[in-house]
Write a protein that binds this ligand. Structure first.
Ligand code: NAD
Length: 344
């Protein structure tokens, strides 16, 4: 079943980890170690079934190969998912740490949805192949959310400049998801003078953040159809479908959510509507730049900031290439990434 799975892309290895005592059930997918250790966060999530969890791990790990390559990092791509079932205890996280350690450094974990930097500290009791630990000010590392938000901010600036020929001041951005990334992002956008419409499935959080940044609160079910300049998805993936793309009322899609395109055909659908899509794994690389720098011990916060700033130029290159070649932006980015990981 695995080798025929739609999202299986000659992944180097897929590991299934379980621990009866703590109830751990995890999948660790190693897509590519061509450029270095397979790096990518761990997601703690409820899946419809095991096959859905596997699909998520396969897709997310391939995305990490592309993301790390396009971020210019000496790291491959991997991802882990822990199936939400038994409560997330220290024992479970330690067992997960042991499973990672058994891979001998071929996979390096970090935070993703449902995981915190405190969880990383527990995992680190059993393995050193973990990043995103809490850090002192000035050092690289820690919660990657704010770094991701910074990358999305400069990437959105590139997209708005390319598509609309303007700056973010006065640009209307509809933001879906106000968690670690979305909250930091709307603070930056508000400071830059953007007009904001926001929504989150957690209505209390949405109301709190809207109040804090002076945004218009939108019903979560309506955020993707708001008439705005930019739609910024910062919740979960697969939100750009044939159905939702037809209803978008924006010029740009630029946000942090992983795997925004539900199917490979959806990138072309967005382009056909004249909407500029900032490929997710290029624009959301700020967090991985931060955690990779921490893990590799290759720089400080200033170095991380300089690398994140390059996301703006990288996206401008992709947009220009898409215009020149008539291809959708996701196809241009994928081709660039596959070349970098030796699969071009
Ligand atoms: P988070 O868990 O901190 O926040 C997610 C937010 O989205 C929460 O406020 C949640 O209530 C909300 N949400 C969930 N489902 C929703 C729905 N259906 N509609 C509207 N809101 C919904 O996660 P995060 O770290 O902010 O990450 C957000 C997205 O960005 C994820 O797709 C993640 O994979 C991606 N991403 C995150 C990072 C990072 O550094 N944290 C890096 C790259 C990509």
């Amino acid at each position: 079943m695995l080798f025929d799975a739609a999202d299986y892309d000659a992944h180097e290895a897929v590991h299934f980890a379980s621990d009866a005592a703590s109830g751990l059930q995890a999948i660790i997918a190693v897509h590519s170690t061509h450029l270095g250790p397979a790096a990518g966060g761990c997601r703690w999530w409820t899946y419809a079934d095991d096959a859905a969890a596997l699909t998520d791990a396969l897709r997310l790990s391939r995305g990490m190969s592309y993301k790390n390559a396009m971020a210019g990092l000496p790291m491959g791509g991997g991802k882990a998912v822990i199936l939400k079932g038994a409560p997330k205890t220290e024992e479970m996280l330690e067992a997960f740490g042991s499973a990672i350690d058994g891979l001998g450094g071929r996979y390096v974990t970090a935070e993703d949805v449902g995981m915190s930097d405190a969880d990383m500290t527990v995992i680190a009791r059993r393995t050193r192949h973990v990043s995103g630990l809490p850090v002192a000010g000035g050092a690289a590392g820690g919660n990657p959310g704010p770094s991701t938000a910074e990358g999305v901010f400069v990437g959105m600036r590139a997209a708005v400049r390319h598509k609309l020929g303007r700056d973010l001041a006065g640009t209307h951005v509809a933001v879906q998801g106000l968690g670690s990334v979305g909250h930091a992002l709307v603070r930056k956008l508000a400071a830059a003078g953007a007009k904001l419409s926001v929504a989150d499935i957690d209505e209390a959080r949405a109301a709190r953040v809207a109040d804090e940044v002076g945004a218009t609160l939108v019903d979560n079910a309506a955020i993707m159809t708001v008439a705005a300049d930019v739609f910024s998805p910062n919740a979960l993936g697969a939100i750009l479908t044939e159905f939702s793309i037809a209803r978008l009322d924006v010029a740009v899609v630029a946000g942090a959510a992983n795997n925004q395109l539900a199917t490979p055909a959806d990138g072309a659908r967005v382009a056909a509507r004249g909407i500029l899509y900032a490929p997710d794994y290029v624009i959301n690389a700020g967090g991985i730049i931060n955690v990779a720098t921490e893990y590799l011990g290759s720089g400080d916060a200033a170095g991380v900031a300089a690398q994140i700033a390059r996301i703006e130029g990288r996206l401008a290159d992709i947009f220009a290439e898409a215009d020149a070649s008539g291809r959708a932006t996701d196809a241009v980015a994928d081709a660039m990434a596959r070349k970098l990981i030796g699969r071009g």
